[in-house]
Ligand binder design. Structure first.
Ligand SMILES: [Zn+2]
Ligand SMILES: [Zn+2]
Length: 67
């Protein structure tokens, strides 16, 4: 099972795997949902990509190997 151990890159909030408000962008930058919605406006400041929930990424891995 894919484990996500990260903090929000914006506010440094702890984002454990069972936290449902973790958001990840196309290039795997990780943020909490409140930052994505209120600060970032659904656009990653690092790569300009959009966000999706990391949970659903585990089942559709179309573009996860971008490294
Ligand atoms: Zn945050
Ligand atoms: Zn990004």
């Amino acid at each position: 099972m894919l484990e996500l151990r990260a903090n929000c890159e914006c506010c440094d909030k702890d984002l454990s795997p069972d936290v449902t408000d973790a958001m990840i962008c196309s290039y795997e930058c990780t943020y909490c949902r409140s930052c994505v919605e209120s600060v970032l406006e659904n656009v990653c400041p690092n790569c300009g990509g959009g966000f999706f929930h990391d949970q659903f990424d585990q089942e559709s891995q179309d573009e996860t190997e971008l490294v």
